[in-house]
Design a protein around this ligand. Structure first.
Ligand SMILES: NC(=O)C1=CN([C@@H]2O[C@H](COP(=O)(O)OP(=O)(O)OC[C@H]3O[C@@H](n4cnc5c(N)ncnc54)[C@H](O)[C@@H]3O)[C@@H](O)[C@H]2O)C=CC1
Ligand SMILES: CCCCCC(=O)/C=C/[C@H]1C=CC(=O)[C@@H]1CCCCCCC(=O)O
Length: 261
């Protein structure tokens, strides 16, 4: 998919990985709708994007992705503002083992809802033109963290859901490619949650073990994750792909044995 003129909706787009991929999309002449519940970060981000890329190419919508009606409205407002939708990046995520119900709601339930909303606005079954959806998981889906069991579960779930709905999209000819991206540790504010007992709960005592893993595996730059996302968007052959991004191997893909009878 050529990016110029394309419209992308990015959840969690106000900071971290979401902001990085939004900036990369704007640099390639796409238009972006940032859906984030952090009003201050969203306004600050949009101010920067408007200065760098012009005020007609970015939109900030304050929205908690766990509020289904507000998320549905965010998609509707994005299409009303830009006239169409081509790319959805379900990126918003948290690390909160203390409030693990919320973690499931943000990291998994909202990714499912965002995927279905993306299909509503892009799928040929709804008379639309097709598009691309990227769901953000984690390398925790391959190297589980004993100190983040629910975070790990949500990221496993995002991989499984994405692979399944991608095959459904192919079978039903939705015209929408759906892929999942699994980064290792990335240098974003999310990592601050490791030092927050209110987020880590009873696993807080293991924070130094997580930091030790970070020292072993390294910490990636958000720009590399954005590079991986653009690769997925630009490669029309990718559907149901599981992209992994690590310090040791860079951007690569998980391979799976064909399903046996
Ligand atoms: N930072 C890391 O080491 C890694 C992050 N990831 C995943 O990447 C994604 C992005 O994470 P980061 O950029 O690192 O985090 P971040 O905390 O820097 O940014 C996340 C953004 O999502 C927003 N957000 C959180 N909950 C929301 C909600 N309920 N509604 C709307 N917006 C909400 C936040 O306001 C923030 O702007 C997440 O899914 C995370 O699990 C995956 C692997 C590693
Ligand atoms: C800690 C809060 C933010 C969580 C970010 C995240 O998703 C972390 C994932 C890590 C959890 C357990 C792990 O060890 C995950 C990283 C695994 C990296 C594996 C790299 C392997 C390699 O380089 O070959």
């Amino acid at each position: 998919m050529a990016l110029a003129g394309k419209v992308a909706l990015v959840t969690g787009g106000a900071q971290g990985i979401g902001r990085a991929v939004a900036g990369a999309l704007l640099q390639n002449a796409a238009k972006v709708s940032l859906v984030d519940f952090n009003q201050e970060a969203g306004e600050q981000c949009i101010t920067c994007f408007n200065q760098e890329f012009g005020s007609d190419n970015s939109l900030f919508i304050q929205c908690d992705v766990t509020d289904r009606e507000k998320l549905q409205d965010a998609f509707k407002r994005t299409v009303e503002h830009f006239g169409k939708l081509d790319i959805v990046i379900n990126n918003a995520g948290i690390n909160n083992e203390n409030n693990w119900v919320k973690t499931i709601e943000v990291n998994l339930t909202s990714v499912v809802k965002g995927t279905y909303l993306g299909l509503e606005h892009m799928s040929k079954e709804h008379g639309k033109q097709g598009g691309v959806i990227i769901n953000v998981s984690s390398m925790a889906a391959f190297l589980h963290s004993p100190h983040q069991p629910v975070y790990t579960a949500t990221k496993y779930g995002v991989v499984g859901f994405t692979r399944a709905i991608a095959e459904a999209s192919e079978i039903e000819n939705y015209g929408v490619r759906i892929n999942v991206l699994c980064p290792a540790f990335v240098d974003t504010p999310l990592l601050q949650s490791i030092d927050q007992e209110e987020k880590m709960g009873k696993f807080y005592k293991h924070k130094d073990e997580i930091k030790h893993r970070m020292s072993i595996y390294g910490v990636l730059k958000p720009s590399l994750i954005a590079e991986g996302m653009l690769k997925i968007i630009n490669d029309n052959s990718l559907n149901g792909a599981v992209m992994k991004i690590t310090t040791s191997k860079g951007i690569h893909f998980q391979s799976y044995e064909p399903m046996s009878a």
